[in-house]
Design a protein around this ligand. Structure first.
Ligand code: OAD
Length: 237
């Protein structure tokens, strides 16, 4: 039997049970700032130390011993092991829980916390410690300033060409734990529909674009994601 091509999009909800708050929990506030106010190029120009502090806090939280991949991350890794390159994993998350759960080739369309970007060479460098406006890169001589390796509101997400190709060639598109409010990711389901790709939403609370999905599984990701893939894999054997 032909192996199906599956495109998976994950959002903050898949990491919620690993101890990382979703963006729109707490009304999307951090230290009384709107998330959007610390996640834009304008915010970085206006108050860089605030922006560094925000991401330093999130980078430190990610590396806490109690923050571990959960059953949903692991179940996606098992699917990838089974179907190989037929599985494309796209995440809006800047954590590394998919990789720690066993997945590889994850498309981090919004960047990653465990890296910085050199403001001169634009190189992305793996980096786990806190950094700020005094930190200098190791790629330039003398070293240049660095910024969080995050795609902010108003910037273009990464890997868009690869993502568009994968969506157009897929048999199934599955969105997990994302509120469907932030584009372009929120529009992937429409692209899938245009290519007659079967679409599935797995979420705790329905996404803003819920009506566009062919199928919905509701509940916590650590239960619903393994349940969905177990059911799906039975249809293959
Ligand atoms: P949101 O915080 O907008 O949405 C989280 C989603 O996860 C909601 O639909 C919840 O119902 C769901 N959820 C919460 N707990 C869950 C659980 N245990 N199991 C399953 N689902 C659960 O997060 P995103 O949609 O990922 O961008 O946000 C998209 C983007 O907006 C982020 O990547 C970020 C943000 O602002 C940037 O920083 C550029």
């Amino acid at each position: 039997m032909k192996q199906p091509k599956i495109v998976i999009l994950t959002g903050a909800g898949i990491s919620a049970e690993s101890g990382l708050a979703t963006f729109r929990d707490n009304n999307g506030l951090w230290e009384d700032h709107q998330i959007e106010d610390v996640a834009t190029p304008q915010a970085f120009l206006r108050d860089p130390e605030l922006v560094y502090r925000f991401y330093n806090a999130r980078r430190a939280q990610l590396q806490r011993a109690d923050v571990q991949p959960n059953a949903a991350h692991k179940s996606i890794a098992e699917l990838q092991q089974r179907l190989g390159d037929n599985v494309t994993i796209i995440t809006q998350n800047v954590d590394n829980l998919h990789e720690r759960g066993g997945s590889h080739n994850v498309l981090h369309m919004h960047g990653t916390l465990l890296s910085y970007r050199c403001l001169s060479s634009h190189q992305q460098v793996y980096y786990t410690a806190p950094y700020d406006s005094n930190t200098r890169c190791h790629c330039c001589d003398p070293g240049s300033k660095v910024r969080p390796d995050i795609v902010w509101f108003g910037e273009t997400p990464k890997y868009m060409q690869t993502i568009m190709t994968a969506l157009s060639q897929a048999d199934m598109f599955i969105a997990i734990g994302t509120s469907g409010q932030v584009y372009p990711a929120a529009g992937f389901v429409e692209i899938a529909r245009d290519s007659n790709v079967h679409s599935v939403e797995i979420n705790l609370q329905s996404a803003a674009n819920k009506d566009l999905f062919d199928e919905t599984w509701q509940g916590p990701a650590s239960e619903t994601v393994p349940a969905f893939f177990n059911t799906f894999l039975k249809t293959l054997s």
